[in-house]
Design a protein. Structure first.
Length: 112
């Protein structure tokens, strides 16, 4: 996480320096739109901001998917733990029943 922050700050500084050194007005064309005389730093910074927003949206989407997966795994874990508890209770009941039946079937010995 800290490395991502450092890299992000580094790229932000590089982009800002690039924008400041290239300050000529340009014509921007996109599909049927055209803007004349727009400062290049404005275009560069807007493009960088849009890229950062798109990256953030992708990160949020991934995070939400992982959160749903964690909830599903927690639910599955609870089901498995309940199943283990049921099986342990059944095993204990079976062992008690075997012990009781073994005690009842023991031959009686008469003492004279």
């Amino acid at each position: 996480m800290q490395m991502q922050l450092i890299l992000g700050l580094f790229f932000a500084v590089v982009i800002a320096l690039f924008a400041l050194q290239n300050s000529a007005p340009v014509t921007v064309r996109f599909l049927v739109f055209a803007l004349e005389g727009v400062a290049l730093p404005v275009i560069i910074l807007l493009t960088a901001a849009l890229a950062a927003a798109a990256t953030m949206l992708l990160g949020v989407s991934k995070s939400l998917g992982q959160r749903a997966q964690v909830e599903e795994l927690r639910r599955e874990l609870a089901e498995r733990e309940a199943q283990i508890a049921r099986l342990q209770a059944q095993g204990a009941a079976a062992a008690t029943a075997r012990a009781e039946s073994a005690g009842a079937e023991a031959p009686s010995v008469e003492v004279k």
